[in-house]
Design a protein around this ligand. Structure first.
Ligand SMILES: NC(=O)C1=CN([C@@H]2O[C@H](COP(=O)(O)OP(=O)(O)OC[C@H]3O[C@@H](n4cnc5c(N)ncnc54)[C@H](OP(=O)(O)O)[C@@H]3O)[C@@H](O)[C@H]2O)C=CC1
Ligand SMILES: O=C(O)[C@H](O)COP(=O)(O)O
Length: 498
């Protein structure tokens, strides 16, 4: 039974097209045009969203600016209270939101529910963390700097940036939206969301939960449309005071076009898994399968290349293959492990990487199989650096194994990548693990576990082409504020004697 667009969500639907959200209300766009969202499994149109116009974006920005000023005067505890309310509503309505994730991005049914619950928890945690860290400021006294007496007291605190533009990617359209919305709002900013086209309807349902919680008009808005059509207008809009983006190379282009505003960019990755001879091989195999193939490899933090010592490679490949044979391949509704990848062009891209590896002599541990957007899990052994898959991210259920003869070789491959998101190392020797972690040029290194962004309050950042700034709840709140100081100048120095 379809739940999306029904019950409390009925008002977000206009005929068969989902509305966009502006000035505290749901609207049909004056463009009269819509964008189709193709179900990756059926490859037919599942939903439609409004193709918003530039004029509508302008109005949203104006309303956001006005609403932000009033919001910044709203006590912190009240902002937190509203966020807690939105989180509870989101969790209460997890079923329709999860249904959209299943239909729009083929997320396995259970994972879709987990994404919504995790998102509710993220919003609540953000409310609590915001109350703590934004409730504190700093007092500096002048006599610590040479030549000064204690006649100046500097009071500094964190203040909002203004209007934050949030652009999340298709693979976590709810979670990676709230990871921007929560921190922006608790810090006193207004928020404009441009959801990914695949995932837009899940995001609109999530935004309605914030609407039902009673946030002021204009403070949150959600404009839909193809990124290729309205993206530049949004990111270059003079009303935007901060851009928080998660996605692919588009982020690099945005960073070149954006004005002088803070940027938070979480981009692609080619997370390496370095396996040493003394590793627990069962643990390694379990993490390669979980890390490489969860959500069919469509995670920025997926294991995207295995760099394994030659002497243990056969044993690990055998264990991984045994586990891959047990994965359930099929539609997301059946809670399959491997589901269709998000678009046909994505499936074609993955196939291109596989065919290139085939031509250049990689060993196929399974037969390559594809039906529509559904690609069966594939481990490619004996991959060499001249193959594209050694460097490019497939964002699909295809994982290359490169056999190495020294740890240095593994580190060298990891660091030669233009990406630097996460990486992992498997060894029982913690001293070696720390040295390797320090040598890997990535934002995070996991020791004895696959890469992961969560838990959501951990710092999450990419080096090189993987991003700018750091996410995670605390870092995002800090990033979405600036520092304001007030200096009290005393007529004469004053010292407390104790
Ligand atoms: N480091 C991280 O945290 C993560 C990184 N990623 C990376 O994202 C990629 C896959 O996600 P995907 O959604 O396809 O990424 P894209 O970069 O294609 O899209 C991300 C978002 O940007 C929008 N967009 C597209 N063009 C523009 C533009 N010109 N201006 C502004 N916004 C635009 C998209 O909208 P529309 O859908 O309408 O095109 C979407 O909302 C992979 O490379 C992956 O590694 C993914 C998740 C997390
Ligand atoms: O987009 C992604 O891949 C996510 O940021 C990964 O999140 P996870 O590692 O917590 O699944």
């Amino acid at each position: 039974m379809a739940l999306a667009g029904t019950g409390v969500f009925a008002e977000i639907l206009d005929g068969e097209v989902y509305k966009y959200y502006a000035d505290g209300e749901w609207h049909a766009s004056s463009s009269g045009k819509s964008v189709a969202i193709i179900n990756p499994t059926t490859r037919k149109t599942q939903y439609k969203v409004q193709a918003c116009t530039q004029e509508e974006v302008n109005k949203v920005m104006e309303a956001a600016k006005v609403a932000q000023k009033a919001w910044a005067r709203t006590p912190l505890w009240k902002r937190a209270e509203l966020l807690h309310k939105a989180a509870a509503i989101m969790k209460e309505h997890k079923a329709p939101i999860a249904e959209c994730l299943v239909k729009e991005i083929a997320k396995p049914a259970k994972d879709a529910v987990s994404e919504v619950v995790r998102s509710g928890d993220l919003v609540s945690y953000t409310a609590e963390e915001g109350v703590r860290i934004l409730g504190e400021g700093k007092l500096l006294v002048s006599d610590s700097f040479p030549g000064n007496e204690r006649n100046k007291y500097c009071l500094s605190s964190k203040i909002p940036l203004g209007v934050v533009l949030a652009i999340p990617p298709f693979n976590y359209p709810v979670n990676l939206a709230v990871s921007k919305i929560g921190p922006a709002l608790i810090a006193g900013n207004a928020l404009v969301l441009k959801p990914p086209t695949q995932g837009a309807v899940a995001a609109l349902h999530m935004v309605h939960c914030f609407h039902l919680a009673g946030f002021p008009k204009g403070l949150i808005s959600c404009v839909t449309g193809k990124g290729s059509e309205i993206g530049d207008f949004l990111t270059m809009h003079p009303g935007v005071n901060c851009i928080s983006f998660t996605g692919g190379d588009t982020g690099i282009a945005i960073s070149k076009k954006a004005g002088m505003v803070p940027l938070q960019m979480e981009l692609g990755g080619k997370d390496a898994c370095i396996v040493l001879e003394d590793a627990d091989l069962d643990l390694v195999a379990a993490n390669i399968v979980k890390g490489g193939f969860s959500y069919s490899g469509q995670r920025c933090t997926a294991v995207k290349v295995v760099l394994i010592m030659e002497s243990i490679a056969d044993a690990v490949v055998q264990k991984v293959n045994a586990k891959l044979a047990k994965l359930k391949v099929g539609p997301p509704e059946d809670d399959s492990d491997i589901t269709p990848v998000v678009t046909e062009s994505s499936a074609n891209f993955i196939e291109g990487l596989v065919m290139d590896a085939k031509e250049k002599g990689a060993t196929f541990c399974q037969e390559y199989r594809r039906e529509g957007n559904l690609i069966w899990p594939l481990l490619l052994d004996h991959v060499r650096p001249d193959m594209r898959i050694a460097w490019e991210e497939p964002f699909g259920p295809v994982l290359p194994v490169i056999r190495i003869n020294s740890v240095e070789e593994g580190i060298h491959h990891c660091n030669a990548s233009n990406f630097g998101l996460q990486g992992c190392v498997f060894t029982r020797d913690i001293n070696k693990a720390i040295l390797i972690s320090d040598a890997m040029e990535t934002g995070t290194v996991q020791i004895n576990s696959a890469p992961a962004r969560g838990p959501d309050h951990f710092p999450f950042q990419g080096l090189k082409d993987s991003g700018i700034g750091s996410q995670g709840i605390t870092n995002s709140i800090n990033m979405m504020t600036k520092v304001k100081s007030t200096v009290i100048n005393l007529p004469s120095p004053s010292y407390t004697m104790g």
